[in-house]
Design a protein around this ligand. Sequence first.
Ligand code: UD1
Length: 388
Amino acid sequence: MHVLHVVGARPNFMKVAPVMEAFARMGDIRQTLVHTGQHYDESLSGAFFEDLDIPEPDLNLGVGSGSHAAQTGRVMIALEPVLERLEPDWVFTVGDVNSTLAAALVARKMGLRVAHVEAGLRSFDRGMPEEVNRVLTDAISDALFTTEPSANEHLRAEGIPPERIHYVGNVMIDTLDRHRKRAAELDVHAGLDLQPERYVVVTLHRPSNVDRRERLAAVLRALAEVRFETDLPVVLPLHPRTAENVHRFGLDDALAPLITLAPLRYLEFLSLMDRAAAVVTDSGGVQEETSVLGVPCVTLRNSTERPITLSEGTNRLYDGDPDGLADVVREAVVAERRPCRPPLWDGRAAERIARITVEELDGKRAAEPPAASERAAAAGSDSATAPA
Ligand code: UD1
């Protein structure tokens, strides 16, 4: 069997790592890794391959930055001859970035089997490019691997045949479990002269928060307020999109009350987040990671595609007037640390994905029904537990 994985942007890398490892453990499976080059800076790409022990990509398509159409189109044009030449049995895509959709489209139209890891998440906000990528990728995938019961419901409601949907757990949490101890040993907070659980970590890069001057200025003002109202240092590793816009909008002075850093590596960021009093973010994956770590999280958006982090985890949404953010964070930093583990977020999601994929190709699935816990979880049952 030949599995070809396509990745492109930072949040893809922690998802592909455990999946490749799980296939490698099964033996006798050829794997090809294609990096589209959507992210190309060492800090957003190369450093993650090192931290996460991901093999060097077999190919880098070098598409770089651009408008949505240009970026998506360039991935499609560059990937097509690669798939024609290699004819893999499966094309694996992860997450919801432009590279995800581009890869799925090319593979589907060539008649290749497409798998989507982290399928079915919906914010119901079509103004988010990621939401468009999710809906379209899911519509054309043959195997859809989901992380939370709501995702199964969305896919069924969209008419995806149930036999294509597999509730497997969360590969991002596989990666977190594997690296948490190593990350903790880095003590990144100490290197920044910060006391454990006495600082706030912020990530900010969504176009809705950073692409308009007025909104970005208001959010940065609110973060300064958080710093003064809570008397806790606020640490902000700057995504290149955000850094560029701060500069372009002439807002450099607004960063003065904050501790700004270059983008952190995976292990560094995990270390910093694990010891934070609270996290303020507009990222998707961070909402899940903080829930498992038990760190209170305030998400600067009006919707989340990961509602289990609200119902079971430590997450809350805040999209009101940025001036009110300091009050919300003040509540968060005194909240009890309450780690949560939704069903099957047990570090073995990738193992399930690899097994199901192989069985699907061998046509064995009909003969071997999935474990009872997986069936229960797929049905959205509260009684689902992790398999032994
Ligand atoms: C992309 C994903 C987003 C994900 C984010 C994580 C899409 C639609 N968006 O957003 O879902 O949360 O990655 O980082 O796929 N840039 C660099 N160096 C790089 C890459 C980008 O400086 O290596 C700068 C460029 O100015 C570029 C801008 O960042 O124009 C945006 O990059 P792009 O890949 O288009 O989207 P992200 O904002 O990174």
